[in-house]
Design a protein around this ligand. Structure first.
Ligand code: BTN
Length: 240
């Protein structure tokens, strides 16, 4: 591991601590406070594949579907620049769930990639494509559960861990997903299969029964006799 000089501070960021570390071919940039790690990762000087931006606090963390991601101290907020591929969301979801399983936390995936424990959300993933790259944001509750109905790592395990250990574990698990049938692994973790669900797709709301997940990670929804494939949307399980 080699610790390099701190990155240049931008105007107006005089009190921001930025530290860059090179670890196993990855550049990990730690910043204490940002608006959103997604935006920092998208800036051209850090837009090289493998870069990971981690912050202690985000003032304008964002979630899927235009929602806010409340990001106080005590969580993992990381954005990584990866080569875009159709299964990226599936890979990252599996990697986060597996990193939690290593801590004996029974984590599963709610389609497409909410990470849940006993029905409560513990982590979320946001993917924003930029050219051939994808900026993949992971928000994981570690010491705090900012929203009612959510949970956090310290509530689910007695095993010791830290944000940086969890991040490394996720990155390692993510690398390994390129060597396996990742859809099969995803299906085994996906608690949405077999559920009656309501899915919002744009302005349309579709209700049906989840038959399976396609080879591309899309929802295969049975609506009466018909099968409809949904590639993205906001999914709610109708049974608790
Ligand atoms: C979701 O809504 O489930 C996705 C949440 C993604 C939050 C992470 S935290 C790190 C990165 N920066 C952001 O502003 N959002 C993502």
């Amino acid at each position: 591991m080699h610790k390099s000089e701190p990155l240049n501070k931008r105007k107006g960021e005089s009190r921001t601590l930025i530290e860059q570390i090179h670890l196993m071919d990855r550049t990990i940039v730690h910043i204490d406070r940002v608006s959103s790690t997604q935006d920092v990762a998208k800036k051209t000087n850090s837009m090289s594949l493998g870069t990971v931006v981690v912050a202690d606090v985000q003032d304008q963390g964002r979630g899927q579907h235009g929602h806010e991601w409340i990001s106080p101290r005590g969580g993992l907020y990381a954005s990584m620049v990866l080569r875009n591929d159709p299964l990226i969301s599936v890979r990252v979801g599996v990697a986060v769930a597996r990193a939690l399983k290593k801590l004996e936390i029974d984590a599963y995936l709610k389609w497409p990639n909410d990470v849940v424990v006993a029905g409560k959300k513990i982590a979320g993933i946001l993917i924003e494509a930029k050219g051939e790259a994808a900026v993949v944001g992971i928000g994981l509750n570690i010491d705090t559960s900012p929203l009612p109905g959510s949970t956090c790592v310290t509530d689910q395990t007695k095993l010791p861990t830290s944000r940086d250990q969890l991040l490394r574990c996720i990155l390692d698990r993510l690398e390994r997903t390129y060597e396996e049938d990742i859809i099969q692994a995803y299906r085994q973790l996906c608690v949405t299969i077999g559920q009656d669900v309501k899915v919002s797709v744009g302005r349309e709301t579709i209700t049906g029964h989840v038959h399976s997940i396609s080879a591309l990670g899309h929802l295969m929804l049975k609506i009466g006799d018909q099968l409809r494939i949904i590639d993205s949307g906001q999914c709610t399980h109708l049974a608790p």
